[in-house]
Every structure is written in C-alpha cells, then in structure tokens.
Design a protein around this ligand. Structure first.
Ligand code: SF4
Length: 467
C-alpha cells in the first residue's frame, strides 16, 4: 500500500480513519473556524436560519472572528457588518474576537492610536497565527479564499463559503473530498534578490490559474527550508491563485518555535510525508536560475520576469496585504528604499497591528532598534512612503475612501495576490503583482524594475516575524 502525504494524514486522522485516498469523500472534525466582517454576517444569518434563533455554536473556543476588510471607511454598511459580528460574539460568548475598537457608527473611524495596545489585529490570515490559532496537523476553515495561508505551518487550511461555514458553526464538522497532491520542489538557498513571491509567481505562471484546481500544493526542498516562516506564508497564501484546495509546507524548527510560543492550545501533532507518498505531479526549480517575477494585468498567471517589463511605466506602488504586508516584507522593502526617495505614490499597509508595532520597534536588521537607529517605519516615511493603518485596505478595492484604492485607470505595482480587473478598485486600472523587493525598486524608478539593480547583499531579517 503506498504511503500518504501530510494532507492525507491530517484528513485521515480527522475523519477517524487509518488512511484516505485522493477522491474519497470524508466527514472531518474541524479544529478552528474563522470568519471576518465581509462573510461573517452572511454566515451568522445562515446559521440562525438553519439551526434556530437560539442555537449555540459547536464550541465557543474554536470560533475566531477577525474584522479586517472594510474597517477604516465612512461606509455605514461596513460599520453595520462589524456591529453584527459584535452582537454575535456577545450572544454566543465567543472567546476569540478582535474588535476594531471604534465606537462611532458613522463617519471615518479613527485608526488605533498605538498598534501595540489595541484589540484590533488587522488581516485575518496574519492575525490567526500571531494570536495562536494555527497549529500543525489541525484543520482550519475560514470564510476567505486565502485561508490556505496557514498551510505554511503544516496544517490543512482552506477557504469555505458562508453555507459550509454555517454548517461547521453548528456541528464542528465539514465534508471534504480528499485532494490529490502536486509537489513543487525548490533546490538551493533563496538568493538575496528573490522572495517567496517570485517562487509562487513562477509556479502559477507555469501551471496557470486553474492548474491546481482542487488539489494540494505541497512546497518542498531545501529552497523552502531556507525561507523564513513568513515567506512560506506567501507561498501557501497564493495556492488558491492556481485553484489549489490547500497549500502546505513541512514543519521544521522555525515552525515549532513560532507555534510553541503562540498557540492557545499546548497539544498538536506533526505529520510528515511518507517517502513513498503518491503525487499527482512533481515540478522542480533551481533557485539559482530563477529571476525576479511579475504577474502583469489582469491575471496572476500572466507572468514575466521583472527585467522583461522594464519599459512599463507605473503610477502607484502598494506594499501590504496578507501576502506582502508581513514584517519581513517591510524589511525587504525598507532595505531598498533606505536613503532614497520614491518617484511614485507608494502606499504601505501593515498586515497586522503586530507588524505595525514591529515596524516601530525594530531596525532594518529585524532586531530592536537602539536610540540612534531608525525604525522600519521611519525609513519608509523618510523615503516618502504614505503609511496607513493595518487591514485589507486596497487589496480588495473596497469603498471609495479606502486607503490606497485605485480610483482612476492607473498602473500600480503591488505585493498583493490577485490582479483581476477591478480587484484594487477601478476596473480599468492595471495591477502588476510582485515581491516587496521588486515593488520597492519600482517605486524608486517609476517603472517596473528588477530588484537586482538595488540588492547587492543578503537582507537579514533577524527574528522579525518569529518572536
Ligand atoms: S489582504 Fe487582501 S487577500 Fe488578504 S484577506 Fe484581505 S482582501 Fe483578502
């Protein structure tokens, strides 16, 4: 009998079976269900409609609610959504809720004053591991397609619709078809001018936006081990951009160190691939030969190298989101921007309030700054960047008053994950997806720019994003 993959082992364990095979349908126990301000109200409505007005969720400690999408806006419908979440949290006595802490129901709510001292956490996929809700070997469902981000921690994490989420709210279970696994192996250490964004764009460019539909994308090899944990989150985050059911990485010391420090529960199980696990397909890359990549408008698989796009003039740059708003992303960008001035409006959105706090606390090497050093935030501001509060902001367009939104048909280079028409606002705006290194380099020239023009040595990130 052939061996199993990590994903198969997790699904077998959670369905009470010794083994599962791709294509098999199984009922599984869910460890954590996450929802946010966009899909939470709909999920709650379906839950009440089907389980009853007085129904209780299956486990008040396993439902996590993180408002993050449309927070800093004057749009009253968005405020109403947050209020629906608050009412549900109170009604169900939920333990894990991260409120934006504004009290006004009309007008633009004030952003938090101190990112180190607020109940608000920012983008759900960044906040989930930070707040201890992500563990190896578990099943995480979220009403957001980028829930697959948490696969970087060796867990099965996937996005679900409101109806499926409502069912899980009431029962703690869901029904899954076991996905076949595609294996993506990266050889060699990550070069200084590449980040995980280049790797995942290379993958999506190769297999297409439907190339992994309903499959597991397993990222392996010494190249993946050489990535920071945060950078692995960029890989798994974008599994959905190839149609993947989930993305997953091996658990190593970096993962264990992070999860041990943060998990809200002490017990979890680490699964490893069997040597004779079966794969749908295997792809390999040598990192030494990979070049900085971009995805041109209007699809993540419309990829090219940054050097081939040098003629492309840009109007705006954007560094943020669950893909490119982590603290290591900020260090990558700031290392290029340090001592320079941006040529185009460059918006910076920390992926979480923890990231924002670290941007004030740490220096460019990812360690606490001393009094003579500049913080990451100061370096970015000195370069002329415009810094906004943590959240999804313009990644998803949002209401017209959203920070960084593309309200005109302009060209923007962005660390986000999706560039379909209208994704960041105006339907005719063009979005180039790229790494924080490429976005920062391009912000300095006003054209798509290969970061190898600026990066001359390895950028150290210290323990940023870990401790
Ligand atoms: S930052 Fe963008 S991709 Fe991430 S959860 Fe928010 S809207 Fe979705």
């Amino acid at each position: 009998m052939p061996g199993m993959t990590i994903t198969e082992k997790i699904l077998a364990k959670h369905s009470g079976k010794d083994r599962v095979t791709p294509g098999e349908n199984v009922w599984v126990d869910v460890d954590v269900l996450m929802t946010h301000d966009v899909c939470g109200p709909g999920t709650i409505g379906i839950f009440h409609e089907n389980f009853g007005r007085d129904a209780k969720v299956w486990d008040r400690d396993r439902v996590v609610i993180i408002p993050d999408h449309y927070i800093f806006t004057a749009d009253e419908k968005c405020h109403r959504n947050v209020q629906i979440l608050r009412d549900f949290v109170k009604e169900q006595n939920l333990r894990y809720y991260y409120d934006p802490a504004f009290v006004k129901a009309t007008g633009m709510p004030s952003p938090y004053l101190d990112p180190a001292n607020t109940s608000y956490k920012g983008v759900c996929h960044k906040a989930l591991p930070e707040e201890g809700h992500v563990r190896p070997g578990e099943i995480l469902l979220g009403t957001d397609s980028h829930t697959c981000t948490a696969g970087a921690f060796g867990q099965f994490a996937t996005g679900v619709g409101n109806t499926d989420a409502a069912f899980t709210l009431g029962t703690g279970k869901t029904w899954l078809k076991v996905p076949a696994t595609m294996k993506f192996i990266f050889h060699g250490e990550i070069p200084a001018y590449l980040t995980a964004k280049d790797l995942i764009l290379a993958v999506i460019g190769k297999i297409g936006v439907d190339g992994a539909t309903y499959r597991t994308m397993y990222f392996a090899g010494d190249g993946i081990n050489s990535l920071t944990l945060e950078d692995r989150m960029t890989l798994t985050n974008m599994a959905i951009e190839a149609g993947g059911k989930n993305g997953i990485c091996d658990v190593d010391e970096k993962t264990l160190q992070y999860v041990r420090k943060r998990s809200t529960r002490p017990q979890w199980e680490v699964y490893r691939e069997d040597k004779d696990a079966q794969y749908h397909s295997v792809y390999e890359w040598d990192l030494a030969t990979l070049k900085p990549m971009v995805a041109k408008p209007n699809s993540p698989d419309n990829t090219d190298t940054a050097e081939n796009c040098r003629e492309m003039k840009l109007d705006q740059a954007y560094i943020g989101s669950c893909t490119g708003g982590k603290i290591t992303d900020m260090i990558f960008a700031a290392s290029i921007l340090k001592g320079n001035k941006v040529k185009i409006p460059t918006y910076i959105v920390p992926g979480s309030t923890e990231v924002h706090s670290d941007m004030r606390r740490l220096n460019l090497r990812g360690v606490p700054k001393d009094k003579n050093e500049k913080s990451i935030e100061e370096v970015l501001r000195d370069a002329g960047c415009i810094l906004g509060p943590s959240g999804c902001a313009a990644c998803l367009g949002g209401p017209k008053d959203t920070f960084g939104r593309l309200n005109e048909p302009i060209n923007c280079i962005s660390t986000t994950n999706r560039n379909f028409p209208g994704r960041m606002g105006h339907k005719k705006a063009g979005v180039f997806l790229a790494s924080p290194l490429t976005v920062a380099a391009s912000a300095l020239t006003g054209y798509v720019t290969d970061p190898r023009d600026f990066v001359t040595q390895r950028i150290e990130t210290g323990m940023a994003g870990v401790l």
